[in-house]
Design a protein around this ligand. Structure first.
Ligand SMILES: [Fe+2]
Ligand SMILES: [Fe+2]
Length: 207
């Protein structure tokens, strides 16, 4: 990585972890929200914290992959997708605050890990495998967000509206990567990614 890339990486990390994210689209809104009980609020907060961690990782992955690629067209596509991930970051953070909850204390660690994985995927595998990594990640995130639609309290329409829009966006990110020529990832890599996501979601639910 050259000096410019290092500065870009540091800038992205600082902005993701400590700056106030600014969404380019309004927060998806819900028509009818019913009041939540204390346990419901706590569970919704835990789930939205997991989703916020996912978006911290999305920023890190996309930045790592962008810096690893030499192809300006691919870099532009990744930048476009990461702008939508910034919306997700802002929406989930806002919802966490509304639920009187907080982001994961381990976010710097999640960021560092995801950045290393994204950079390595691009450098070791090349652009088409890096795109395959986007497809697999977004598919796993889609499945995960589907499970949250079942686990979120029925009355929490505000969180549900955000998760539903995020899911639509993640599906589009996977399509973008497929159209750009993504290669399928080997099964053991897919398995490892699922395992890493499981650990992350279990920890972020609490910490
Ligand atoms: Fe996202
Ligand atoms: Fe995405």
């Amino acid at each position: 990585m050259n000096a410019d890339a290092l500065i870009l990486a540091a800038d992205s990390a600082l902005r993701t972890l400590w700056a106030e994210p600014r969404a380019s689209r309004p927060t998806p809104s819900a028509t009818a929200t019913s009041p939540l009980s204390k346990p419901e609020r706590r569970e919704a907060g835990a789930l939205m914290r997991v989703n916020h961690v996912g978006e911290v990782c999305a920023q890190a992955l996309y930045t790592g992959q962008m810096l690893a690629s030499q192809d300006p067209a691919l870099r532009a596509q990744l930048a476009e997708a990461s702008r939508e991930e910034t919306d997700h970051l802002a929406w989930t953070l806002q919802r966490l605050r509304e639920l009187d909850d907080r982001p994961s204390l381990l976010n710097p660690l999640w960021y560092a890990g995801a950045f290393a994985i994204g950079f390595a995927a691009g450098k070791l595998g090349g652009d088409r495998l890096s795109l395959g990594f986007v497809v697999e990640t977004e598919h796993q995130v889609e499945a995960h967000l589907n499970s949250h639609m079942e686990r979120l309290p029925a009355g929490d329409a505000a969180s549900r509206a955000i998760v539903a829009q995020m899911k639509d966006d993640e599906v589009q990110h996977a399509r973008m990567a497929e159209r750009a020529g993504a290669l399928p990832l080997p099964a053991p890599v897919q398995g490892l990614m699922k395992l890493a996501a499981k650990v992350m979601t279990a920890v972020a639910h609490r910490v």
